[in-house]
Ligand binder design. Structure first.
Ligand SMILES: Nc1ncnc2c1ncn2[C@@H]1O[C@H](COP(=O)(O)OP(=O)(O)OP(=O)(O)O)[C@@H](O)[C@H]1O
Length: 268
C-alpha cells in the first residue's frame, strides 16, 4: 500500500508540466507566424522542434522565455502563468548563434558569470561562490583556457560551449536551445549531442531544442513527431522512456564525462 502511494507520488512528480502552451498564436505586424499551438512539455521530456526556415520555431521559443508576448493564448512555466513567473534561474536559454554580436566587449568568463544574474538581480555582486560556479561551468565545457578571451574572438563551436556554460551555471531545470550546433563541425556536433544526451539521461533536466539535424532528432527522439502545429513538428522522448536518474552535481558530472571522453573516443 505504502509502496503504491510512493509510486503514485513519484509518477505525479515525473509528470509535472514544465511548459504549457494553450492556443498560443503570434503575429509580427498582423502577419501570423505561430498559430494556435497547444502543447505540454513534461518534466524531464526531451522535445525537439523541427521545421523549415521561417516556420516560427524561434518565435515560439522567444514566447516561452518571455521575450515576446503571445498575440493570443497563454504560456505557463512550471505551472504558473508566465506573467507571474519569477524563478528565471530555473531556465537556461541558449539563443541562436547568429543573434550574438561578435563585437560585444565581454570576456568568456564575464559572459558565463552573467548567467547568474537573472532578470531580477541585474546588479548582484559577484561572490566567491559565484566565481567557483563559473570556473566549474568553464571546466565542464572545456573552455577554461579561453576564460580571459573576448567572446567575439572564439570560433563558432567555442562560442556555443561558452553560451552553454552560461546556461548551465545555475544548474537549470529546463534547458532551451535554439539550433545549438549551427555552423559547428561534425566532430564537435557529435560531442555536443553526446553531452546533452548525458545531461538528459543522468540529470533531472527538461530539454526543448530547435534543430535542423534530422538524423540526431530521429536517432534520439524517434522517427515520428508526436504532434504538428502548422509547419512546426514536435518530436518527444518522454521521461518514462528513461531509466531513473541519480541526481548528482551537474558540473561535477560533466567534468567526469569530459575526463572519460578524453580517455575514450568522442570529443566534447
Ligand atoms: N522581428 C521580426 N519582425 C518581423 N518579422 C519577423 C521578425 N522575426 C521573425 N520574423 C518573421 O517571422 C517568421 C518566423 O521567424 P522565426 O525566426 O520564428 O522562424 P524559424 O522557424 O526559427 O526559422 P529558422 O529555421 O530560419 O531559424 C519569418 O517569416 C520571419 O521573417
Amino acid at each position: 500500500m505504502l509502496q503504491t502511494q510512493q509510486q503514485d507520488s513519484i509518477s505525479l512528480i515525473c509528470h509535472k508540466p514544465i511548459i504549457e502552451l494553450e492556443n498560443v498564436s503570434f503575429a509580427y505586424n498582423q502577419k501570423p507566424v505561430v498559430n494556435h499551438v497547444n502543447f505540454t512539455v513534461q518534466e524531464r521530456d526531451f522535445v525537439g522542434l523541427i521545421g523549415s526556415n521561417g516556420a516560427g520555431k524561434t518565435t515560439l521559443l522567444r514566447m516561452i522565455v518571455g521575450l515576446l508576448a503571445p498575440t493570443s493564448g497563454t504560456v505557463k512555466l512550471f505551472g504558473e502563468p508566465i506573467q507571474q513567473f519569477r524563478n528565471w534561474n530555473l531556465i537556461g536559454y541558449v539563443p541562436q548563434k547568429n543573434s550574438f554580436n561578435p563585437l560585444f566587449p565581454a570576456t568568456v568568463r564575464e559572459v558565463v558569470i552573467s548567467g547568474l544574474f537573472s532578470r531580477n538581480k541585474l546588479f548582484k555582486r559577484v561572490t566567491k561562490a559565484d566565481s567557483i560556479k563559473c570556473e566549474e561551468a568553464l571546466h565542464a565545457m572545456k573552455i577554461e583556457d579561453l576564460a580571459g578571451k573576448r567572446i567575439g574572438e572564439l570560433s563558432g563551436g567555442q562560442q556555443q560551449r561558452a553560451f552553454l556554460a552560461r546556461a548551465l551555471i545555475n544548474n537549470p531545470a529546463l534547458l532551451i536551445l535554439d539550433e545549438p550546433t549551427v555552423g559547428i563541425d561534425s566532430e564537435t556536433q557529435e560531442g555536443f549531442f553526446h553531452l546533452i544526451k548525458h545531461m538528459h539521461q543522468h540529470h533531472n533536466i527538461t530539454f526543448l531544442m530547435v534543430s535542423h539535424d534530422m538524423e540526431m532528432i530521429r536517432s534520439y527522439l524517434g522517427e515520428k513527431p508526436k504532434q504538428e502545429a502548422g509547419k512546426i513538428k514536435f518530436y518527444v522522448k518522454h521521461s518514462h522512456d528513461l531509466e531513473d536518474c541519480v541526481e548528482t552535481n551537474l558540473t561535477h558530472s560533466l567534468r567526469e564525462l569530459r575526463h572519460s571522453m578524453e580517455r575514450g573516443k568522442v570529443g566534447v
